[in-house]
Design a protein around this ligand. Structure first.
Ligand SMILES: Cc1cc2nc3c(=O)[nH]c(=O)nc-3n(C[C@H](O)[C@H](O)[C@H](O)COP(=O)(O)OP(=O)(O)OC[C@H]3O[C@@H](n4cnc5c(N)ncnc54)[C@H](O)[C@@H]3O)c2cc1C
Length: 401
């Protein structure tokens, strides 16, 4: 595989760099550096989304016909590298990355014309209503009920772990529209504004102290039948298609490589037992080397799995499960290594005892401010989007185990 850039690709990289220099200003950089959760704070995310939308870059993976830039795989890779290099805010992915492709495939012309431009502009921020208190891994057992009443469904039930629901103004959700037959065959995929009467959002605080998650309650919420994507009772196909983007949509290598560079830069400033920097410590260097080799393998696997996916298309269910497994495990390893580099400064109990905010580290260096919170938050990456065990089960079935 040729990793050299063509003159056109170099010109594109320069354009991306110039845009980031101009628009990712010092204030945004400082705010983003304190991000400990999966997504940037709401105000930061909205500001960055607007800047991208003005440039026409808010949906890097969308085809031109729907308002995306229509980039090649190499352009998307270059863009991702440059964004990771400077650490741009990670925007909530539930609209553009997850629901957008679903609307492109299953939406009516009216739905496409209404929702897609509003996703691009950032006017609509989405959340994902899949999981319920008794339905996570066994998602198709979900019980939130939608009963037809004229031109509406009347929805009752609860959704849990709904990331960013407190900032979102739209939700896509799986509801039960039939109670007989296979449980997968009685599910429909609906979308609703979050301010519809009868929706209550209750916050759930993470162990790192962040508010990212919520439980939602639906009390006789009316959702127009026109807000259904796909056929009634065929929501399971829609749901699985969306999961291919959730599990396999990201680029595996880029963020990890940049993350590793950051951890090494931290290690260069931290002392080891031999009195020099931790980066000169043989045991530490060995650990870094093994992780870097592992990351190169994961990166190559990712390139191979992603190479066939055209713009706007998913990598397919199998590749998505493999990517999810590789990405979540490696990001956890990296977050753990960062905690090791910080040593005692990373201890959350010590910081809490001092009354520190989760994103403050009064006893440690500035560069360690979010390390512990990120590590704690990242424990969830082998659970959200379908746990590792669920991905192993999917792959085991495929090879007939
Ligand atoms: C930070 C975070 C953000 C999330 N955001 C969202 C969101 O925005 N929207 C949304 O809808 N959901 C969201 N989720 C929910 C997530 O999808 C579920 O947590 C996940 O699917 C697991 O379901 P569960 O929590 O009910 O665990 P369970 O399904 O109860 O699983 C518990 C444990 O048992 C294991 N297990 C279960 N079944 C099997 C099996 N058949 N074989 C082997 N092991 C098994 C699991 O791997 C896990 O370790 C989020 C979760 C987290 C942690």
């Amino acid at each position: 595989m040729d990793f050299k850039f063509s003159p056109e690709e170099e010109a594109f990289r320069d354009e991306v760099r110039a845009f980031l220099d101009a628009k990712f200003d010092p204030e945004l950089r400082a705010q983003t550096a304190r991000q400990a959760g999966v997504f940037a704070e709401d105000a930061v995310a909205r500001r960055w989304h607007r800047a991208l939308a003005e440039k026409g870059w808010s949906a890097p993976s969308w085809p031109k016909e729907y308002g995306g830039p229509g980039w090649t795989a190499r352009q998307r890779e270059i863009y991702a590298i440059e964004c990771a290099r400077v650490g741009t805010p990670s925007l909530p992915s539930m609209g553009i990355t997850l629901c957008g492709p679903v609307i492109m495939r299953y939406g009516t012309d009216e739905q496409k014309a209404y929702f897609l431009p509003r996703m691009l502009s950032g006017e609509h921020i989405w959340c994902q209503g899949y999981s319920e208190p008794q339905s996570g891994s066994d998602l198709s057992s979900l019980q939130t009920r939608a009963v037809r009443d004229g031109d509406d469904y009347v929805v009752n039930g609860t959704k849990i772990w709904t990331t960013n629901a407190h900032n979102a103004n739209w939700i896509f959700m799986l509801v039960r529209t039939a109670t007989t037959g296979r449980q997968q065959a009685g599910i429909s995929f609906l979308v609703s504004p979050m301010d519809a009467p009868g929706i209550t959002v209750r916050p759930i605080l993470s162990s790192s102290g962040e508010h990212e998650l919520n439980q939602l309650f639906f009390d006789n919420v009316r959702v127009p039948v026109a807000n259904r994507m796909g056929a009634e009772n065929d929501g399971w196909s829609v749901a699985k298609y969306l999961l291919e983007f959730e599990r396999g949509g990201g680029s595996l290598g880029v963020g990890l490589r940049v993350g590793m560079d950051k951890v090494k830069a931290m290690a260069a400033k931290e002392p080891s037992d031999n009195g020099e920097s931790l980066l000169s410590d043989t045991a530490f260097r060995r650990k870094v080397a093994l992780m870097e080799i592992d990351m190169i393998c994961a990166d190559w696997t990712d390139l191979h799995l992603s190479s066939n996916a055209a713009v706007g298309q998913s990598v397919g269910g199998t590749a998505a499960s493999i990517k999810k497994l590789l990405a979540s495990r490696r990001s956890q390893d990296l977050a753990e290594l960062a905690v090791e580099v910080l040593g005692n400064y990373a201890m959350p109990d010590q910081r809490r005892a001092m009354g520190a905010h989760p994103q403050e580290n009064p006893i440690g260096p500035d560069y360690g401010v979010t390390v512990t919170a990120r590590h704690i938050n990242n424990r969830a990456s082998t659970v959200f989007g379908g746990s590792s065990e669920v991905q192993y089960n999917i792959l085991a079935k495929l090879i007939g185990l």
